[in-house]
Write a protein that binds this ligand. Structure first.
Ligand SMILES: Cc1ncc(COP(=O)(O)O)c(C=O)c1O
Length: 429
């Protein structure tokens, strides 16, 4: 097999791909093959994947238990659009009603996380006949006009004319509290602020609040226990729906099937994508029967619920459950966090360690607590050179993101921590 190689790909990318699409690394590799938690580049070098294509490959790359079923389906019936009757999409919808929390029951299938959030917002508008929204600062919900307008990170807000009627609430970022308070003495001041926002910034006719249970792009910002209970109480008082965006957090990543289950509440609408198809493009929004039944005008997505992507999602759910990957996410996540805490004692650049299960962030800071963004890039590059693909996020791009395939082993985590120890020791101080 001959490969283009990184240099040629970079040249073609520059020539033919819109410049908005960035890439990681000063010296990027060309990835050509995946096998469970490992990736291989065009030179044959092996990498431990600790980012899983941004929280997508929860069951591992090219997992035969999933790809065999996909191949079988591709060879049998690839696409007809779900205005025709086929098995996989209704089976999947039934499974989703079983595995999602609370009374979530009826699903609409589409292809990307953005589309799921856009659809969820439309559904909330239809169900309430209202069109204002509340969103969280530092949240990320997509690339379309509305979902980008709901995104609270300037870097991802390209549109100079965002949609109006979206009100941002302070996020539950306890390490750098936007209100300058401390938990638990704050008594959820950031959640309480939502009530003020409803009363002062909106017309009072708010369709929904949208929130990630753990803010991925913001830097694995993890609200304290009880936060979403308080949020839901406030929203219920005003008849405002809660849309939970599980695009990055869903499918056992945080030790539960969905991250919101860690907070003991259930939303009115939930969106999912990424890991739903373990790399096959499929997304969905699911709602309670009461909310879902208001969506009666014709609506369909050509590729949504396609037999191949639905089969991939069914196989993914089977694999996650049969192999108890939620338990592995908890065990390996605890091991990773404990290891990072040990490194933090040696290297004060690790300012904060947070997350749940195998959605773990390490925020890197200077002595004055300012974001160590340059150092984050150096660490990513050095880890890559040693065969470890680590992610990066955060508003200041200074958070190491560990979101590996959930099949990662105890030995893998030890190797990752050992490599990180060496790289941190070599950082200029
Ligand atoms: C929480 C969240 N919502 C929505 C999206 C958008 O998903 P997609 O890129 O599939 O459109 C992302 C993408 O990273 C995300 O992290």
């Amino acid at each position: 097999m001959t490969y283009l190689g990184p240099q040629t790909i970079l040249e073609k990318k520059k020539e033919y791909i819109m410049p908005c699409l960035g890439h990681f690394y000063q010296e990027p590799m060309q990835l050509v093959r995946g096998d469970m938690q490992y990736l291989y580049d065009s030179t044959g070098k092996e990498y431990l994947d600790c980012f899983a294509g941004v929280s997508v490959i929860n069951c591992g790359h090219c997992n035969p238990a999933i790809t065999d079923r996909i191949c079988e389906q591709v060879k049998t019936l690839q696409h007809v659009c779900n205005i025709y009757l086929t098995d996989p999409f209704v089976r999947l919808a039934e499974r989703l009603a079983e595995v999602t929390p609370g009374d979530l029951k009826k699903t609409f299938f589409c292809s990307t996380g953005t589309e799921a959030n856009e659809g969820a917002a439309l559904l909330a508008t239809v169900a309430t006949n209202n069109s204002e929204f509340i969103s969280l600062r530092n949240g990320l919900h997509g690339r379309t006009k509305l979902t980008m307008s709901m995104t609270g990170i300037s870097m991802w807000r390209t549109d100079p004319n965002p949609v109006g009627g979206i009100n941002f609430a302070p996020n539950a970022y306890c390490y750098r509290c936007p209100l300058g308070k401390r938990f638990p003495e704050c008594d959820y001041a950031c959640a309480n602020a939502i009530e003020d926002i409803i009363k002062t910034n909106t017309s009072g006719r708010v369709a929904a609040m949208i929130a990630e249970p753990i803010q991925g792009n913001a830097g694995i910002v993890t609200p304290p226990p009880g936060y979403f209970k308080r949020v839901k109480e406030i929203l219920d008082r005003y008849g405002i729906l809660l849309i939970i965006d599980e695009v990055q957090t869903g499918f056992c990543r945080t030790g539960k099937m969905f991250a919101i289950e860690n907070y003991g509440i259930s939303p009115d609408i939930m969106t999912m994508a990424k890991a739903l198809g373990n790399g096959t493009p499929i997304s969905a929004f699911i709602a309670t029967e009461k909310v879902a039944n208001t969506y009666t005008k014709p609506g369909a997505s050509t590729l949504g619920g396609n037999p191949v992507s639905s089969t991939a999602a069914l196989a993914t759910l089977d694999y996650l459950i049969d192999n108890k990957l939620a338990d592995n996410a908890l065990a390996r996540g605890a091991q990773l966090k404990a290891g990072l805490a040990d490194l933090q004692k040696k290297y004060p650049i690790i300012g904060d360690i947070r997350g749940m299960g195998l959605m773990v962030g390490a925020e890197l800071v200077h002595a004055d607590n300012s974001p160590a963004s340059t150092e984050t890039d150096i660490i990513l590059e050095e880890m890559k050179n040693r065969g470890f693909i680590v992610g990066k996020n955060g508003v200041a791009r200074n958070v190491l993101a560990f979101q590996p395939p959930l099949v990662i082993t105890e030995q893998n985590i030890n190797d990752l921590l050992d490599a990180l120890d060496v790289v941190l020791a070599q950082l200029p101080r």
